[in-house]
Design a binder for this molecule. Structure first.
Ligand code: PEP
Ligand code: MG
Length: 757
């Protein structure tokens, strides 16, 4: 082929454009297509194979025997054509018969031809057919010819899909069918079962037109889109609006690298030169990258690929004018939301009535988005692989976190089994609800205090629904997270008063704002966004003591809201005893101020500290005499104890709460606190899991503050427990820990008839 790839592809596309627009039937169109391509590439043979009933069937040819059309069929992986489709890869051979996968088909008359080149026709990232050219002379096709073929294959996929010629269902063990039922497994992040239709948080674009009418116009569209995308990425980097937590700095850096990568924009431009629309050009380049990456087995590169996919999709959305997340567009039906990862504020933007479940490609148990979803009662399955390839927008999904599975396009039988299980689960939940008025008292007569964690106005209802003893952790920063601007003192005060009204006699522990880490606020601009390691950075009390205007306003709001009542205030991330002193002094100064105005004061203010930074454990002798209560935040404590980022999905399953390090650490804190007569609670996610909660009680913890949905199961566990026997067992286990404490404890519980939901 003489001219440039772009020119030859363009020439073909112009002619294809006419064919596609014509009123001919699909088989005739395909016949015209093979002639156009054969002529343009000066190839004796040009053939199109399409996947039908899981087999690649010769649909149109120029140069092979016409009698072979609809007769020659190859399974995926069979012959050169089958290999191309199975591996979604291009083959370019000067001697076809020399390839180990070559399968001779006498009916085609192909023995005359030596050279062979074939490219997959791709739809939804899978091959739905193959476009092949053959030559009499043994010669390899040039790169520019292959590129032209790949571009044409892209247009063909549009033609074929519109004509309904393919299965849209690939068979074979390694290529699951996108229209058939599949199940994907993941990690249970928030317990539950949910039914709904797939909605991508960042919607994917379906490309409607592949052939450009006006190349210059397309080029301008891409330039403008690149500008806009770079602007967005720069803004993200400076504002940390990208609240996904953990590795987000890395991700933004990679985004930046790709966004400014000249090679990427140049390749897209070349694809436009060849006659594609801006959308098709972006997708075409992405396809080529995907193909290349498939051949490289490197997890690090795979991660980068993920980033490029995200960015490519972003560029597509900009260019097609379909911006905004699914939340901004509104949910129309029961929805299972799909995202790579989410920030807590992003999740809160969704309509709670329609949002039934979440599937994340990443995610970890103690990331704040998980905690928020748990508070919202929305089941979440995390760490699900291959989501984009297997789930299409609008697919029916069933999440069953108990089975760590999401069923995609379920069969009637799967749906039925799901419904049966759901009914059973509802029955169990009803049994837990019936425990509402029963005290969480062990069989040997020990009363455990079971409180709930809360943070949103809607959570208040959980108190009555669960019969909990109070709110052991009210995360005040949630109000800040859901607001577009900093909530003013009056708004804070209103929320706190409503919470106290609803709680009545039951205690509420207000934790002062814990901002920073994965709870970044876009409207709080400052140096904090440049931090390399925000979880260990300028957050929570550290930030609050320095920006004391924020904490003063909050102190005033709390003191006024609790006028005439008891007020419990807890400080997060206390790392040294003096930080507690400063925070308390700040509150006391506000109390004095309110008093000086002759305003009504709280009956009393009790001050507590969270123990979530391990260093504080070495200052218990200094701290305990100062505080009224202590609460262990196992979410942060675990990440600091193990030096394992709580939001990093790669570490999500690495360490167990039931490890000797954590259990011994907690025991070591509980002892002195009890001796000093300071009430001690656990308010991290650990306490909401029956086996872990049992272990905590075995260590002497008498107060738990947990997610509302866990109250029933935890009460049931407590009521079936012999605490004395458990404490003895725990002491033995910690003296000489077995490799698998979890398994050992579970067996002990089963033998002792402890109810573990
Ligand atoms: C914790 O760290 O365990 C905790 C309860 O606080 P948060 O999850 O809000 O950081
Ligand atoms: Mg914490």
């Amino acid at each position: 082929m003489p001219v440039s790839a772009a020119a030859s592809a363009r020439e073909i596309l112009v002619r294809l454009h006419d064919v596609m627009g014509s009123r001919a039937r699909a088989p005739e169109k395909l016949g015209a297509v093979v002639n156009i391509i054969g002529e343009a590439l000066d190839s004796e043979v040009c053939s199109i194979y399409l996947l039908r009933d899981g087999v690649l069937e010769l649909f149109a040819t120029r140069g092979l025997n016409q009698s072979a059309v609809h007769v020659t069929k190859l399974a995926l992986g069979q012959g050169l054509v089958g290999t191309i489709a199975k591996n979604v890869e291009t083959l370019n051979l000067d001697e076809a018969a020399a390839h180990p996968d070559f399968a001779f088909r006498p009916e085609t008359g192909e023995e005359l031809f030596h050279s062979f080149a074939g490219v997959p026709i791709i739809r939804r990232e899978q091959a739905v057919g193959v476009l092949a050219v053959q030559h009499v002379d043994p010669r390899r096709y040039e790169d520019i010819e292959i590129e032209a073929l790949q571009t044409v294959a892209m247009v063909l996929s549009e033609l074929i899909a519109n004509a309904d010629l393919i299965d849209e269902a690939q068979g074979g063990p390694t290529q699951p069918q996108p229209t058939a039922a599949v199940s994907l497994t993941g990690l249970k992040l928030v317990e539950g079962m949910a039914r709904g239709y797939a909605v991508y948080h960042q919607p994917r674009i379906t490309i409607e037109h592949t052939v450009a009418e006006d190349i210059e116009a397309e080029r301008h569209r891409v330039y403008a889109a690149f500008d806009k995308m770079r602007e967005q990425i720069d803004r993200m980097a400076s504002q940390a609006e990208f609240g996904v937590g953990g590795e987000h700095d890395d991700v933004i850096e990679t985004y930046k690298m790709f966004a400014y990568d000249e090679g990427w924009s140049r390749r897209i431009n070349e694809a436009i030169d060849s006659g594609l629309t801006a959308e098709a050009a972006i997708e075409r380049v992405q396809q080529r990258t995907r193909m290349r990456m498939r051949q490289i087995d490197d997890p690090l590169l795979a991660d980068r690929m993920h980033d490029l996919e995200d960015l490519s999709n972003r560029l597509l959305r900009i260019v097609s004018g379909q911006m905004g997340t699914a939340a901004q567009m509104g949910l129309r039906q029961d929805t299972i939301l799909i995202a790579r990862n989410l920030g807590p504020a992003e999740l809160l933007e969704y309509d709670r009535r329609r949002l039934k479940g979440v599937v994340l490609e990443e995610g970890s148990l103690t990331a704040h988005v998980t905690i928020v979803a748990r508070a919202m009662g929305v089941p979440v399955l995390g760490r699900v692989r291959d989501v984009r390839r297997r789930i299409a927008e609008g697919d029916l999904l069933l999440i069953d976190t108990g089975a760590s599975t999401v069923f995609v396009r379920p069969t009637a039988a799967i749906e039925e089994a799901f419904e049966t299980k759901l009914a059973l689960r509802q029955k169990r939940r009803a049994a837990f609800a019936a425990l509402k008025n029963e005290a969480p008292e062990t069989r040997d007569g020990h009363r455990v205090t079971v409180m709930v964690n809360a943070g949103l106005r809607d959570d208040i209802a959980a108190l009555d629904l669960t019969g909990a003893d109070g709110i052991g952790l009210f995360r005040t920063e949630f109000q800040f997270l859901v607001s577009a601007t900093l909530p003013q003192r009056e708004r804070q005060q209103r929320l706190y008063r409503d919470v106290l009204d609803a709680a009545g006699e039951r205690p509420v522990v207000f934790r002062t704002v814990d901002i920073g880490g994965d709870k970044a606020l876009p409207y709080l601009n400052g140096d904090e966004h440049d931090e390399e390691n925000p979880a260990m950075g300028w957050r929570a009390l550290r930030l609050a003591l320095e920006r004391d205007g924020l904490m003063k306003a909050q102190a005033r709001a709390l003191i006024d809201a609790a006028a005439g009542r008891h007020l419990n205030v807890m400080f997060p991330m206390v790392s040294e005893a003096w930080e507690f002193d400063e925070a308390k002094a700040l509150f006391e100064a506000q109390r004095a101020w309110v008093e000086s105005r002759n305003r009504k004061l709280p009956l009393d203010i009790r001050y507590g500290a969270m123990l979530e930074v391990p260093a504080l454990a070495e200052q218990l002798d200094l701290l305990l005499p100062k505080i009224d209560f202590l609460s262990i935040g196992t979410n942060d404590l675990t990440q600091f104890l193990f030096a394992a980022d709580r939001a990093n999905p790669k570490l999500a399953e690495r360490y167990d709460w039931l490890s000797p390090s954590i259990l011994r650490f907690i025991r070591r804190v509980v002892g002195p606190a009890r001796e000093a007569g300071v009430p001690i609670a656990v308010c991290g996610e650990m306490g909401g899991r029956p086996l872990e909660a049992m272990a905590l009680i075995g260590l002497g913890v008498e107060r738990l503050s947990i997610t509302p949905a866990a109250v029933g199961p935890i009460k049931a566990m407590i009521r079936s427990l012999d605490r004395g026997a458990l404490m003895e067992r725990m002491a033995g286990l910690l003296a000489a820990p077995p490799r698998d404490i979890r398994g050992t404890l579970a067996r002990w519980a089963a033998e002792a008839d402890v109810e573990l939901a």
